[in-house]
Every structure is written in structure tokens, then in C-alpha cells.
Design a protein around this ligand. Structure first.
Ligand code: HEC
Length: 127
């Protein structure tokens, strides 16, 4: 059945509701997108910083780029360590198992923030 709008008031209502619905869609999709953003860019920064030269993250389908990965897989690293710890550890300010990290992170501090939030989200999946 075709939509019939037969008076001016009805037309105004129709136009305003369409604009309202469009605004809601834009707001919600940007909220969903921004929540997703650290996840996607965390992975990008990980690759850009060449962390995958030594580490794999199997749960995210990141393989170690060398034939033998001599450092551990980071799929569950967020289980026991916090975002702040990652920041200090990757800047070689603190030790883990009595050792500082092999290399210091060389990117921007905003990139380090996103990377560490992403690392913290790498946890054991329970299905
Ligand atoms: C040159 C090799 C190398 C590179 C490059 C490297 N790492 Fe590591 N990383 C290690 C080694 C070795 C350890 C010590 C523990 C181990 O054997 O996995 C470690 C440990 C870690 C740990 C602690 C894991 C745990 O629970 O013991 C985290 C987190 C980590 N690295 C993150 C990163 C991130 C993020 C990057 C990129 C910015 C990176 N690493 C780049 C070699 C490397």
C-alpha cells in the first residue's frame, strides 16, 4: 500500500521523523564505530611497531613474521596484566619476571595508549 500524505502538517511530521531517525542512526553508528576503534587500530599499531617480529597473537590471527617466534604468544596476555603495566613495561620502566622488555616502544604516546588498551583486551575466551 503506498504511503499517502494528504496534508501539510502530515508532511511536516513525516519529514521531521525521517530526519530524527537519520540522526539517531548516525549517532549510534558512530558510537559503535568509536568503541571498535581501539580494537582495530591496536592491531594496526602492533603490526606497524613490528611486535610480530617476535610475538604472535594467534587469537587475532597474527602470526609471527619470523620462522621461529622466540617470544611468547600474546593471545591471553590481558588475563593477568593491566593497561598501565603494559605502558611502563613497553617503555622499559618496569620489569616482568626480573627482566625488562627487550625493546622500547618507539611510536607516539597516543599510539602506546591504544596499543596497551588492545593488549589488555586480549584475554582467554570462554565459550
Ligand atoms: C626483539 C623481539 C621482541 C619484539 C620486537 C617485541 N617483543 Fe615483547 N617480548 C619479547 C621477549 C623476549 C619477551 C619476554 C617474555 C617472552 O619470552 O615472551 C617479551 C614479552 C612481552 C610481553 C609480556 C608477555 C608475558 O606475559 O610474559 C608483552 C606484553 C610484550 N612483550 C609486548 C610486546 C609488544 C606490544 C611489542 C611491540 C611494541 C613487542 N612486545 C615487541 C621480545 C620482543
Amino acid at each position: 500500500m503506498p504511503l499517502i500524505i494528504n496534508n501539510e502538517l502530515g508532511m511536516k511530521h513525516f519529514v521531521f521523523s525521517v530526519i530524527g531517525i537519520l540522526c539517531l542512526i548516525i549517532v549510534f553508528s558512530s558510537l559503535i564505530y568509536s568503541q571498535d576503534e581501539p580494537v582495530k587500530s591496536g592491531m594496526k599499531i602492533f603490526i606497524k611497531a613490528k611486535c610480530n617480529k617476535c610475538h604472535s597473537v594467534k587469537s587475532q590471527a597474527i602470526e609471527c613474521s619470523k620462522m621461529i617466534s622466540f617470544a611468547c604468544d600474546l593471545s591471553k596476555v590481558g588475563d593477568s596484566l593491566s593497561t598501565d603495566f603494559f605502558k611502563d613495561y613497553l617503555m622499559k620502566r618496569v620489569k616482568l619476571n626480573n627482566k625488562k622488555h627487550l625493546v622500547a616502544f618507539k611510536g607516539k604516546s597516543t599510539e602506546l595508549d591504544i596499543l596497551c588498551i588492545w593488549l589488555q583486551k586480549l584475554r582467554t575466551m570462554i565459550f
